[in-house]
Design a binder for this molecule. Sequence first.
Ligand code: NAP
Length: 475
Amino acid sequence: MKLFIDGSWSDSSSGSTIEKLSPVTGAKMYDFPAATKEDVNRAIDAAYNSWEKWYSMGSVNRSRVIYKAKALIEKSRKQLEDILVKENGKIRPEAIGEVDGVIDQLQYYAEFARKITGDVVEGENGNRKILQYKVPYGVVVAITPWNFPAAMVARKMAPALMTGNSVVVKPSSDTPGSAEFIVKMFIKAGVPKGVVNLVTGKGSEIGDYIISHKHVSLVSMTGSTSTGQRIMEKASSNMSKLILELGGKAPFMVWEDADLATALKVFMWAKYSNTGQSCIAAERLYVHEKVFDKFMKMVVEASKRLSIGNPEKAGMGPLINKAALDNIAKYVSEAEEEGGKVITGGGKPKLAGTLKSGYFYQPTIVTGVGQKSKLFQEEIFGPVIGAAKVSSVEDMFEKANDSKYGLASYLFTKDLSLANRAAEAIRFGELYINMPGPEASQGYHTGFRMTGQAGEGSKYGIAEYLKLKNVYLEY
Ligand code: NAP
């Protein structure tokens, strides 16, 4: 694997590399370059020197490159699916689903080719007009996480490029391979030299330097809230615009009248897909006291049935790395120390062969801990959840809103009036009523509180990549 800067592939200028380990077996997979400040400078300069020309090609021509990249990904999608299974440990159907998402993102944003408009506003007098242009920011830095390593790259590159910006992609050090694949497809699709650049390396080492570079105008980052806060601090040095898609702690609410079979089906997806490592994952289970025992029995039985192991065959794969595995185990043991009861799971599964050293953990449910417990307050990001009874609508809404995060939330009820009350009362960017996620390209994926700022998807999401400028005209 190499860096891609100003139209060519290279090693890090220092020759340094980082090891990538397999989440499935813990064995080394490959080395990738640890970019230096010099490499970062070259990438940002290349993006800075190329964006105006790219913008001046016009939106229809830019969309042709995106459509071409999409067609190329469709043609060789199996390769990207394989990368996702290997470097992330995604089970095969989820890798297929993520590649579908990549294709959908590229299609959706390319469709804006003829929809980027400004406004003409009347001035103070009849011979005056105010022309409001929507123009690119210039250099966009796209910083992506490992949990949806291909979809997040596509969701940032496509709107940035569609609107005439150039891009420097800095993928997660846990999953640089998916980003490399997508960048390759854009190169093959004919994106001009300098418009797309790929820089790999530890965020903790090169991140500050990238963010505070004087030629960066917009940082679009998806990741943890703590990294988002750091980026916000550093971005103050050049007043860059920020799109920050950060942590989540989704409440999963089951009311007494819910169709429990539907709620169970969605729960199994919302909790265990991607091994619980999703920003919209169910992280807190609130069930009406009248159906609590019945629903918990259903959930425990289904969790026990979930097969864990080789992502090619199992129903759930590993966590991304050892740190994530240790973190999950710590949350569970702390909950037990607080008096929590593990009603299913609570440890590593027994696996054979090379899987023994993979980062697997059982589907785990804990009851008996209070709302102030870490299990209900911190983002767990794994196949573990705390469950609690609720007794009234007010109680349920209060508990659900009691979180520093505000991304996704779920509600199961047949009561239309309750659904409407929730739509008003729940302070989250997304509320899924009687249905699963994930977010659609035409929805605006955004969060309240510490989940970040701005958003992605829909006409609002593409607008984030455009700056409004005014021309006052007298004639
Ligand atoms: P992370 O540790 O914050 O890393 C995210 C990205 O930031 C990585 O590319 C990382 O690089 C980089 N980074 C780290 N320190 C940096 C710095 N000082 N300056 C600039 N960049 C820096 O998050 P993660 O563990 O990859 O992802 C999981 C998190 O993402 C969860 O909290 C999840 O909820 C969130 N997420 C949110 C959404 C959403 O839409 N709201 C979607 C998906 C995931 P390295 O890998 O090299 O450290």
